[in-house]
Design a protein around this ligand. Structure first.
Ligand code: NAP
Ligand code: MG
Length: 511
């Protein structure tokens, strides 16, 4: 991949409200996967830099100004930040498109506007009532009980490269809404939209120093420090199941709260009464959106034997017509994959699928277009004759590769759909709402789309069953993951003086 780092802009760490260079003065270029062009030199934090950011977040939390601000005031500030982000959304979209190979349409029409809607959602939720009522089931009441939601504290937040802006929003907005302080760690491949996000927030001057810190650098260095440092109260992670497992182990040393959004190998089930036009296009969207580089992608497509011979050729025909091109080209359906390493890994999986006996009904290749020679491009692959036990059907490929699995009965489809270590998402396609719903209920996954895929409502929860994760993002569920529960107990009588309290409590319980 050709690149020269000569005149690239330099992007620093953001610690305690200031942009600062890393102690060791170490920088690394970030590249455009469409053409290999260097985009910026990114500060690489080491353990000492990470500790400074953690200390800043700790101090900002402990001084109480942000954590104890009234919910209404915090909500008002977050709405003002949302205004600033909306005003500069094109800058964010440009960073997203260039740094991560996100197509123009996906960046400008989907990820950035959706991210802003989700930020706004948490700006509204920030104005929540911290008091919760306790159901009274014992009469007369023995005590008066106050239940209060409070922020957890310092949150380390680690995000992946596939949806860099949306994932940054999903992390920082509920954490801020709840009154926590943050150290955000973007992925090495895609730091630019998170940096832009923090630049815009910094320019508003609305957040107290130390509330939001940004630490770019290698996950293997920054991550363990965030996960083991006793000053950090919670780790929120989105990324691979492998790293998620490592994070749980590390966070165990100080019993940190952990939320994890991990991998998936989601089933997409076509029922025999599906609207075929809708389901063919929907299945392509489910799999090939962002080249299959989405944790929830519907990469295992279950097609009933009764419509298989009509459905599959139509799917292959349509997939072959998807336009692959530069991310910046508004006509591109698919852009590049994130890196040369990812491209190689996808090609290895295609080879493996053939060795395992699947049929490459549409075989992905590197395009010959001269304009695409310096980027990481591969056209879609569709495997038929896939058995659900094959590695290509069980492992996350994270590329434009679809496995088609033929089934005879609905029960068989559901059993195979659930035969995976993952449980992030699924799709069901049917004209019969009741039937689709009954299938949806039997799938062990956190999000099930009926006659749709990928689209996410900020008010509904997102997260995984099984090895796809712990906890939920979005909605009130997402906010609660950033809140502790405090119970304050006040007795309703005052007969305690001069007694060892068994004498008053036991008769009271017997009443
Ligand atoms: P990854 O390798 O797990 O990396 C994710 C993040 O973790 C990056 O910021 C990475 O930093 C950091 N990291 C790496 N090693 C670490 C360690 N030992 N301790 C702490 N942090 C560490 O995942 P990825 O390849 O970027 O993303 C693809 C994966 O994310 C897929 O498996 C996908 O399914 C999953 N994903 C899940 C969701 C969801 O919502 N469930 C959403 C998006 C993606 P560096 O970049 O510096 O290595
Ligand atoms: Mg990049």
């Amino acid at each position: 991949m050709p690149h020269s780092n000569g005149d690239l802009p330099v992007k620093q760490l953001y610690i305690n409200g200031q942009w600062r260079s890393p102690i060791a003065e170490h920088y690394r270029a970030t590249y455009d996967p469409s053409n290999g062009e260097g985009l910026a030199m990114i500060a690489q934090a080491d353990i000492e830099d990470t500790r400074l950011a953690i200390q800043a977040a700790r101090t900002a939390f402990d001084d109480g100004y942000w954590a104890n601000m009234s919910p209404g005031e915090r909500s008002r500030l977050l709405h003002q930040i949302a205004d600033a982000l909306e005003a500069r959304q094109d800058e964010i979209a440009e960073a997203e498109m260039r740094d991560g190979g996100c197509t123009w349409r996906k960046a400008y029409l989907l990820d950035i506007p959706v991210g802003l809607i989700h930020f706004r959602h948490f700006a509204k939720l920030a104005d929540f009532d911290p008091l919760e009522s306790v159901p009274q089931i014992t009469f007369p009441a023995l005590s008066y009980n106050i239940v209060r939601r409070e922020p957890i504290g310092v949150c380390g937040q680690i995000i992946p490269w596939n949806f860099p802006f949306l994932m940054a929003i999903w992390k920082i907005s509920p954490a801020l809404a709840a009154g926590n302080t943050i150290i955000l760690k973007p992925a090495t491949f895609t730091p630019l939209s998170a940096i832009k996000l923090v630049e815009i927030i910094h320019d508003t001057g609305l957040l107290p120093p130390g509330v939001l810190n940004l630490v770019t650098g290698p996950g293997q260095v920054v991550g363990p420090e965030l996960c083991t440092n006793p000053m950090v109260d919670k780790i929120a992670f989105t990324g691979s199941t492998e790293v998620g497992r490592e994070i749980m182990i590390q966070a165990a040393s100080t019993i940190k709260k952990v939320t994890l959004e991990l991998g998936g190998k989601s089933p997409n089930i076509i029922l025999d009464d599906a609207d075929m036009d809708l389901a063919v296009d929907g299945s392509l969207w489910a799999t090939f959106m962002h080249n299959g580089q989405a944790c929830e992608s519907g990469t295992r497509l279950f097609v009933p034997a009764s419509i298989y011979d009509e459905f599959v050729p139509r799917l292959i025909d349509r997939a072959g017509k998807l336009k692959i091109g530069l991310a910046s080209d508004g006509a591109s359906d698919l852009g590049p994959v994130i890196s040369a390493g990812q491209l190689k890994s996808i090609e290895e999986y295609i080879k493996l699928g053939i060795e395992e006996g699947a049929t490459p009904a549409l075989l992905g290749t590197r395009p010959t277009d001269p304009e695409l020679q310096d980027g990481n491009y591969i056209t879609p692959t569709i495997f038929t004759d896939v058995d659900n036990s094959m590695r290509i059907a069980q492992e996350e490929i994270f590329g434009p590769v679809l496995c088609v699995i033929k089934y005879d009965s609905e029960d068989e489809a559901i059993q195979l759909a659930n035969d995976t270590i993952y449980g992030l998402a699924a799709g069901v396609w049917s004209r019969d709402a009741e039937r689709a719903l009954s299938v949806a209920k039997r799938i062990r996954a956190g999000t099930i789309w009926i006659n749709d895929y990928h689209l996410i409502n900020a008010e509904a929860p997102f997260g995984g069953y099984k090895q796809s994760g712990i906890g939920r993002e979005l909605g009130t569920w997402g906010l609660k993951e950033y809140l502790e529960v405090k119970h304050i107990h006040i007795p309703l009588n005052n007969e305690r003086k001069g007694k060892f309290w068994y004498d008053i409590v036991v008769p009271q319980l017997e009443d």
